[in-house]
Ligand binder design. Structure first.
Ligand SMILES: [Fe+2]
Ligand SMILES: [Fe+2]
Length: 293
């Protein structure tokens, strides 16, 4: 049985859809390596941004495959919030992606294919070959992966101290915040439609063993395609720092908790962190109040 939504604070129970409009490059042009002086992190963030729009559209489709079976009104409302938030995430990352492509990030163009493109249709056909519970379990696992990263981004002092383009940072903070707001929605849908623990854990195993090798290859390819990034000693040092530093250090151990039977994402209490960032971003003097349409 999933945890009763009613026991959660409203901000967590019902993810709020905020129609954002970021101003990339308007105050100052985005630098090619917009995470200051860090080629590897700039390419990693660019690739993640590239992959988010089609990825999040797939997450939405995986939940919609069960739309008729979600009967609990509270869960329905949370699903509506989840779908709305993911749609705005994809849309705002696409705005950034256009600029990244103009800056020369070739692989952002590869990762972010437009709606109704041939590649999207191929992806949709491939998804349809997956059993729908497995598709949803992969979404729930990816959501836990992103929520784990989001918690780090919002709470780790070393990560917060990384200098970068301010508007890109705003986008990442807002995205991380909303990922925490809806972190258990896909998971609760999976439980509500009788998804098995075996399928749920298998899906996380795919993410656990697959994401870092896949991203590593993608980052290497992206750097090789960027003539301005051909500084092998700097790139090697930055890659080692990335794996030893606050972004990756301890990550696998944290992710493994998801593969324990009866785990629930809300077992990790992020309500205080969410409240802190809600005030920081959208409170009276919130940093992003004027980015909400
Ligand atoms: Fe998202
Ligand atoms: Fe999400």
């Amino acid at each position: 049985m999933s945890k009763p939504t009613a026991s959660l604070p409203t901000s967590v129970a019902y993810p709020k859809v905020r129609r954002m409009r970021f101003r990339f490059g308007q105050l100052e042009p985005i630098q090619r390596h917009f995470i200051e002086g860090n080629i590897v992190l700039s390419h990693l963030v660019a690739l993640l941004s590239g992959g988010f729009p089609p990825g999040e559209e797939s997450f939405i489709r995986s939940v919609r495959r069960f739309a008729d079976e979600i009967t609990d009104p509270a869960l329905k409302k949370r699903v509506a919030g989840f779908i709305g938030q993911e749609a705005v995430h994809g849309n705002q990352h696409r705005v950034l992606n256009h600029q990244l492509i103009e800056l020369g990030y070739l692989f952002v163009k590869v990762a972010d294919f437009p709606k109704d493109s041939r590649r999207e249709k191929t992806l949709v056909r491939a998804e349809r070959l997956l059993p729908r519970h497995l598709h949803l379990a992969l979404t729930a696992a990816a959501e836990h992966y992103t929520a784990t990263m989001a918690q780090r981004v919002l709470s780790n002092e070393e990560i917060r101290a990384i200098p970068g383009d301010p508007e890109v940072w705003h986008l990442l903070d807002w995205h991380a915040f909303e990922e925490l707001e809806h972190k258990s929605v896909a998971f609760d849908v999976f439980r509500a439609v009788d998804g098995s623990e075996e399928t749920r854990i298998l899906a996380m195993a795919v993410m656990y063993y697959g994401v870092i090798p896949f991203l590593s290859v993608a980052v290497i390819a992206s750097i090789l395609a960027d003539r301005t990034a051909w500084h092998p000693i700097t790139v090697t040092r930055q890659a080692i720092e990335l794996f030893r530093g606050p972004v990756v250090r301890g990550l696998m151990k944290e992710l493994r908790t998801y593969m324990v039977r009866d785990f629930h994402p809300d077992d990790i209490d992020t309500t205080a962190l969410l409240e802190q960032w809600r005030l920081e971003l959208f409170g009276t003097d919130g940093q992003l109040r004027d980015r909400v349409k």
